[in-house]
Design a protein around this ligand. Structure first.
Ligand SMILES: Nc1ncnc2c1ncn2[C@@H]1O[C@H](COP(=O)(O)OP(=O)(O)OP(=O)(O)O)[C@@H](O)[C@H]1O
Length: 627
């Protein structure tokens, strides 16, 4: 129970000291001691990295910590062999002992801890051979034993989940087993090993097609016949050729498509071609088919011409034939200018189509043509004026609107960097700027503040359509929330499934949204930011996952770091903040609305964790853990 856990921790403190001496032994519960985390009133996590622990770990301590799941004693000065009662921690999943002076063989009892997922024994003085009993650890994903004195050959390992592996800088010899040859040479250097990915083993006679190729330097295993190898080589060449041909065909097709859409644009708007403008957004190829050059004028004019009138004749809400501007916005253009502007399609959304319009004076705006507006003129005017009155640095400002029976236009500031969706999923190729933690957490914070502002306008004010294509970015990557207030303008016929991946489980009618439903959608958005994965788009049948369920299943398995976008994992020193953000995202995406935090709680939690990643901590090792 907890008291024996406590006694064990005090015994540990007595034996190896270090900064555990700061633990307040007058407290009955050890659960608040630095580095200790309890679950169900037992010590489940003990993380004491870099706290100057020294000496031998005696037997009789870990035998009591029977529900320990994570043990990190990395970067200390512990020596001797590992205590055998560590074998009692049968639920141990993460064992980080790197950066100490442990010596002796890697003890066999470790191979009985069948739940181990991460095993890091790197940078110690372990010697002896790597036992084939490692294969008992069927859940192992990380095996780091570099920088030790391990000798002998590497056993055949059949660990299906092994994703991180390093045996470099030991005294190993022989050939690298086939199953491990997918790891890079950095995992093996500094030994006398041979074979892929290092150089060929000496004395191997590679005679194709009839000879035997002994890929196992110590001669224990079976060789592959030359015929098989020749087959593989020929197969690979054929496959590579096929891929190249497919790529060429695909690229040519794309080019043809692109040219033709530019042609259409050029026909209508030679000036847009002259400027070399390209459609701004082609995320997931979703909007490609919409990228025909087009003008607001031709669209609006077509609608109006249908009325048999040459001028904008169907009056605006107040009987005025002009754009209605909000606030003190500079009225640098009027409806005529807008209709004359050259435009290109940005994309089709739930509420209509968005265009980028370049006015003759050079001003660039985004124009949204609404469809399916079913509410009355009066109601529309009231609602849109409420939208126009919103003013916050993290909202995309609505500058003006036009309303007639046939045409409803909303004019927004144009956001040059496009949407978060495009940024995350758009260009995965070589030219991509990696999105580091600073940018991502800044985007999360800005979006949270924007939504919080909306919610502060009244208990019934909500966004209703939070998703990554509605988070737009300025040149300095400040995020601005767009599309607010529109969920209440449209009729039920609009396609609700587009937001499926973000929609809270209790929202069955897309117009009946709430602040707590926004919080859910924001949680999914955070998960998208952290994982780099788009949530399911059921209707469009796009590839995707039910993000909250997927993340929860992984976190439950203690594989938390598996969920993060690979691009983020480069920034090891912020993993603690990433984990906190992940926890916040999971809280937001709770199934029951009451369990979700409010948007202002969300904002302060993000502010707090952004601060902590900037702050210099006096005892970074006690509170931060990069495991
Ligand atoms: N003010 C703007 N500046 C730059 N790009 C914009 C602007 N407004 C919208 N876009 C982009 O235009 C595209 C279409 O936007 P739109 O809002 O019509 O659809 P959506 O966001 O995909 O879906 P929904 O209508 O459900 O919000 C999106 O990729 C969006 O990022």
């Amino acid at each position: 129970d907890l008291s024996s856990d406590r006694a064990a921790l005090l015994a540990l403190r007595k034996a190896v000291g270090g900064r555990t001496l700061l633990w307040n032994a007058t407290l009955q519960s050890p659960c608040n001691w630095a580095g200790v985390r309890c679950e169900n009133n037992r010590v489940a996590v003990l993380r004491l990295p870099g706290v100057a622990l020294s000496g031998n770990l005696p037997n009789g301590i870990f035998g009591n910590l029977t529900v320990l799941r994570t043990l990190s004693l990395r970067l200390n000065a512990l020596k001797g062999s590992l205590p055998s009662d560590l074998a009692s921690c049968v639920g141990l999943r993460n064992l980080y002992l790197q950066g100490n002076f442990f010596s002796g063989e890697i003890p066999d009892f470790l191979f009985t801890l069948r739940d181990l997922v991460r095993l890091n024994l790197a940078s110690n003085n372990f010697s002896g051979e790597i036992s084939p009993s490692l294969n008992n650890l069927t859940r192992l994903r990380t095996l780091y034993v570099e920088n030790n004195q391990l000798s002998g050959s590497i056993p055949e390992l059949k660990l299906p989940d092994l994703a991180q592996f390093n045996v470099s800088n030991n005294l190993l010899n022989g050939s690298i087993p086939a199953k491990l040859q997918t790891f890079s040479s950095a995992s093996f250097v500094g030994n006398s090993l041979c074979g892929k990915p290092l150089s060929l083993c000496p004395g191997n006679n590679v005679t194709i097609p009839s000879g035997e190729v002994n890929i196992n330097g110590n001669g224990k295993g079976k060789g592959l016949s030359g015929g098989v190898i020749a087959g593989i080589v020929i197969g690979c060449v054929v496959a590579a050729l096929a891929i190249i041909i497919l790529l060429i065909v695909f690229c040519r097709k794309k080019r043809i498509q692109k040219t033709s859409s530019v042609d259409v644009a050029a026909l209508k708007h030679p000036e847009s071609e002259a400027r070399g403008e390209k459609p701004a957004e082609t995320e997931n190829g979703r909007h490609n088919s919409n990228n025909n050059g087009f003008s607001v004028a031709s669209a609006a004019a077509a609608a109006m011409a249908g009325n048999g009138k040459t001028e904008v004749s169907n009056n605006g809400v107040d009987g005025v034939k002009k754009l209605v501007f909000f606030g003190n916005a500079a009225r640098v253009f009027d409806l005529e200018d807008l209709l004359r502007a050259s435009a290109e399609v940005l994309g089709k959304g739930t509420f209509g189509t968005a265009y980028k319009a370049v006015l003759e004076v050079g001003t660039v705006v985004a124009v949204k043509r609404l469809k399916d507006v079913t509410i009355s003129d009066k109601e529309f005017k009231e609602k849109i004026e409420a939208v126009g009155a919103m003013d916050h640095q993290n909202l995309v400002p609505l500058r003006a609107f036009y309303y007639s029976r046939d045409e409803k236009l909303l004019v927004y500031d144009y956001m040059p960097m496009g949407s978060l969706s495009a940024l995350l999923h758009g260009n995965k190729g070589a030219g991509r700027t990696p999105l580091n933690w600073e940018i991502r957490s800044g985007i999360a914070l800005g979006a949270a503040r924007g939504i919080q502002y909306l919610h502060s306008q009244g208990p019934n004010v909500s966004h209703g359509n939070i998703k990554s294509s509605n988070i737009l970015l300025t040149k300095s990557y400040t995020s601005r929330v767009s599309d607010f207030g529109l969920a209440h303008l449209v009729g039920p016929s609009s396609t609700p499934n587009r937001v499926a991946g973000y929609r809270a489980p209790e929202v069955t009618d897309p117009r009946k949204v709430s602040q707590k439903a926004d919080v859910y959608s924001f949680g999914v958005l955070l998960l998208e930011l952290l994982t780099g994965k788009p949530p399911t788009h059921a209707l469009l049948n796009e590839e995707g996952v039910d993000l909250p369920r997927w993340v929860q299943s992984i976190v439950k398995e203690e594989w938390t770091s598996e969920v993060f976008d690979l691009e983020l994992l480069r920034y090891q020193n912020v993993e603690e903040e990433m984990v906190q953000m992940l926890q916040l995202a999971i809280d937001c995406a709770a199934q029951y609305p009451d369990k979700r935090p409010t948007m202002s709680e969300v904002t302060s939690r993000i502010e707090e964790l952004c601060r902590s990643s900037l702050r210099e901590d006096p005892h970074p090792d006690l509170v931060k853990e990069a495991d």
